[in-house]
Design a protein around this ligand. Structure first.
Ligand SMILES: NC(=O)c1ccc[n+]([C@@H]2O[C@H](COP(=O)([O-])OP(=O)(O)OC[C@H]3O[C@@H](n4cnc5c(N)ncnc54)[C@H](O)[C@@H]3O)[C@@H](O)[C@H]2O)c1
Length: 383
């Protein structure tokens, strides 16, 4: 499955033209990230964004007007209103805050609509299981919005691990994050339990987990001992807007020790706020070699510099620098284009839920373990 993803081919315009019909797309949740979705859809000649929904009255229309997409479009006050009214919608982008990911995705899939669901997949493992079951019932495409998957340097991480150069992997240290970066640019939806449900752990932790788990072929998680804290977000003097401290009710730091199938250990830490420049580079240790992936100041789907492979050549310690890869095009555009291609041509989901289910299971395990103060088992029910 993983190889299929890496070799995912974007279809050619000529091939697309032959289908004649434009994809009709709706956008659910017209906040910050919806802008990136809309702009990428607007670059697709075979896509028409025909409907917009937001819970806040007037927000959907104002959003569409701002980006020149209002003419001929319809506007709704919820995902359900949109799905019930739009009978020939091919696909939706679910761009709501995390707590609304599961209800919106399940409702759309159950009504025969293909779904591009923003990251993190949702908040709990139970929700992730229900989303996967809805996908299975529907037979529709569900792809999760991890645009770093399309980054050439990220792909190189997977190529290095898959090449066998490192041998069998036994230990991974990953994570990353920010010294001072609790996200509140457009209000408090990222920092409230009732909207986000997860803080740094869900927001940027899901990316770190995906980088290494995708490289390893998504081994099954077995147990986790997790920790979460939120010391900075509750401090009015720390935030750009002191009044947000009262609303802060998620984590701004998380760490975990995870056992994966195959005897692999995953040592994880993630931060929106801490008194340190970085919680460390990502390190992947194998029996034949090791890989260092420099961290970034802020998770944006890129890597902080050239990677290094450490190995022995004829008994001598050798470090090999991996040249940085150039990216041809925008990762967001590729995320949207690949989803549309999957819908249009019946291709597999570019970022399948079957993989991100394990990502969500680890996040859920970290939350449960942090609450109980003990290691917990991860049990993923049959889909
Ligand atoms: N891929 C990325 O790079 C990236 C970047 C930022 C955010 N995100 C993700 O995108 C999601 C949204 O983030 P945001 O910053 O745009 O949030 P936001 O709060 O700015 O916007 C979310 C909007 O969804 C609306 N909404 C909620 N439930 C709805 C429903 N049932 N029907 C219609 N509208 C509904 C809200 O009213 C709000 O306007 C989050 O899950 C976040 O993790 C991804």
């Amino acid at each position: 499955m993983a190889n299929i993803l890496d070799e995912f081919k974007f279809s050619h315009d000529a091939e697309r033209d032959r289908t004649g019909k434009k994809l009709k797309v709706g956008i659910i949740g017209c906040g910050w990230i919806a802008e990136a979705h809309l702009k990428s859809y607007q670059k697709c000649p075979d896509v028409e964004v025909v409907a917009f929904a937001d819970l806040i009255p007037g927000k959907a229309q104002a959003f569409a007007e701002r980006y020149g997409a209002a003419e001929g479009a319809r506007f709704y006050n919820s995902d359900r209103e949109m799905i019930d009214a739009e009978k020939d919608l091919d696909a939706v982008s679910v761009c709501t805050y995390n707590r609304q990911h599961a209800p919106c995705a399940i409702y759309a899939l159950d009504h025969g609509v293909n779904v591009l669901l923003e990251k993190p997949m949702c908040v709990t493992l139970d929700e992730a299981v229900e989303i996967c079951r809805a996908e299975k019932r529907s037979g529709k495409v569900l792809s999760i919005g991890f645009q770093p998957r399309f980054d050439e340097n990220m792909k190189m991480v997977k190529k290095i691990v898959s090449s066998g150069e490192l041998g069998d992997i036994y230990y991974v240290q990953t994570g990353g994050g920010r010294r001072h970066g609790i996200p509140t640019p457009f209000g408090t939806s990222f920092i409230r339990e009732d909207t986000a449900g997860l803080g740094a752990l869900g927001d940027i932790g899901c990316y770190s987990l995906d980088m290494v788990l995708n490289a390893l072929g998504y081994p099954k998680p077995l147990t986790v001992s997790g920790y979460k804290s939120g010391f900075f977000g509750k401090d009015p003097s720390y935030l750009d807007k002191p009044e947000y401290a009262e609303e802060f009710s998620v984590d701004d730091f998380a760490a975990a020790f995870v056992r994966l199938e195959g005897g692999i250990i995953l040592d994880f830490r993630i931060s929106w706020a801490m008194h340190c420049d970085t919680p460390g580079d990502t390190i992947i240790l194998g029996k034949k070699g090791g890989l260092r992936i420099p961290s970034t100041e802020c998770w944006n789907g890129s890597i902080g510099g050239p990677m290094t492979v450490y190995h022995n050549v004829a008994g001598v310690c050798v470090d090999t620098k991996i040249p940085e890869c150039d990216n041809d095009g925008d990762n967001f555009d590729k995320k949207i284009r690949s989803f549309c291609d999957a819908v249009e041509f019946g291709l597999p989901a570019p970022v399948p839920s079957s993989q991100i289910l394990y990502n969500q299971a680890i996040i859920d395990g970290i939350s449960r373990s942090a609450e109980t103060g003990r290691e917990v088992e991860i049990n993923i029910p049959e889909i």
